[in-house]
Design a protein around this ligand. Sequence first.
Ligand SMILES: Cc1cc2nc3c(=O)[nH]c(=O)nc-3n(C[C@H](O)[C@H](O)[C@H](O)COP(=O)(O)OP(=O)(O)OC[C@H]3O[C@@H](n4cnc5c(N)ncnc54)[C@H](O)[C@@H]3O)c2cc1C
Length: 495
Amino acid sequence: MAVKVLDADIVVIGSGFGGSLTALCARRIGLNVVLIERGGHPRFAIGESSTPLANLALRQISDRYDLPRIAPLTQYGSWRRTYPEIMRGLKRGFSYFHQVAEKPFSPRDDHANELLVAANPDDEHADTHWLRADVDHFFLKEAVSAGVSYFDQTEITTLAHGDPWQFSLNRDGEQVRFEAPFVVDASGGGGVVASALEIEDDRARLLTNSRTVYGHFTGVRRWRELYEALGGKSADHPFDCDAAALHHIFDGGWMWVLRFDNDLVSAGFVLDRKRYPIDESLDAAAEWSSWLSRFPSIQEQFAGAEPIRPIVRTGRLQRVWSRAAGRNWAMLPYTFGFLDPLHSSGIAHNLSGIERLMAILEDGRNITERLGQYERGLHAEFGLMDRIVHGCYAGFAKFKLMTTFAMHYFAGAHTSEHRRRDGRHDVHDGFLMAHDASFCRTVADHHTRVCELAGRKRLDPDDMARFLSDVAASIPEGNPAGLCDPAKRNMYEYA
Ligand SMILES: Cc1cc2nc3c(=O)[nH]c(=O)nc-3n(C[C@H](O)[C@H](O)[C@H](O)COP(=O)(O)OP(=O)(O)OC[C@H]3O[C@@H](n4cnc5c(N)ncnc54)[C@H](O)[C@@H]3O)c2cc1C
């Protein structure tokens, strides 16, 4: 059996877009990089909807590490022109429609059962849905062209922590052994470093508790057609509600619908596990059909839909480790943990983690201390997002509560975007204002209130009005988007 020996300054485990981009940036700062993947590319991956923060972070990474080939992916227009072969979808914003079981959707003139928040000014500058099979493969090829040593279909047979780390790999019978001073774990749910270091599973502390049933489909009707046929006034919408992360919200769960330019649609139900534990008598496909049959308008939207791969059903989506980094290792945010796809924060969060780690490694000073700061940042960010997502779930049944509380997410995202655009963002500020103690305290207070209000049999209009006005008053930096303004009737233009 051949034994190969390698030189590595850094090892990245996992070659999704997160691992491949980390490897690529590390190469650009002159490090010898080994990238290890247990599978291969192209491969299916879920987690597809980007956001303005994701695109700003990706743009800043591409500028900082001189990656001009990555830059076109940061806006819909340039992506489509430069890389027509990498499939994507147009995302102008976030749209939410309140569905009630056994009833067709019933549009209202005041749009009280809808929420549309624009994320960008036009198609050219829009965000995107990433067909991950294509996008991740692209990032990987960029990393390999830059000189990253890539091992696919590879099993890590030894991973021993020390100074340096000791690795043994097995790739199709070939043994590879080497040492590396630093490891980045980008294995997502693989949790490779967590098992090597016996890090504690910390998911018990998370409030959000959901699971999902999802697939990729052809033949899904556009929601706008149905909405108009039901009497909805789509002329009031600030953007085409299908060119969005389209959310159908209902008591105890929600559904994502993401459309790609080839009319492939990614869709999934995400369900509160306490309300809707898995019924083992139904397989994933039968459960999918049973959810569609509860909501007549969603069922109509999916009446001609065909899954192009088997429907997937998961257990609890939430996971988080008690540690995110140590002296000579770090996890990307999506490897450290995951909460829920609501509001599409995962890609942006992962990219903000890559930015921080690369800045620490590039600078090379006080690495241990700064990795400690990175770890504390991730804990704070998961705590903040957990409250935001959990509070939204609490409000699902009383839609106005959800649309009001969700404004904290949009406020945090908009403020972070403006700070990045104006050059006021320090890379170590991290994700979504979690470094801002006052913002986090407000979200925590309002989370308690939304849960309390959601628990009431009847929502007193005065209490609701007070809650709305308190949330509005807490929106930072003058609230340029006019979030919570009743005159907007839940239709928010790009600001
Ligand atoms: C249901 C769901 C929906 C989501 N929706 C959204 C969304 O709409 N928007 C959004 O922004 N985010 C979303 N996310 C989050 C998004 O999926 C993640 O941010 C993204 O996948 C992270 O990419 P990654 O490259 O870090 O990890 P991954 O894509 O998970 O890649 C990890 C890689 O590591 C490899 N690996 C695992 N174990 C090993 C091992 N032992 N050895 C070697 N390699 C290994 C895997 O094969 C894989 O290729 C969603 C997540 C889920 C679960």
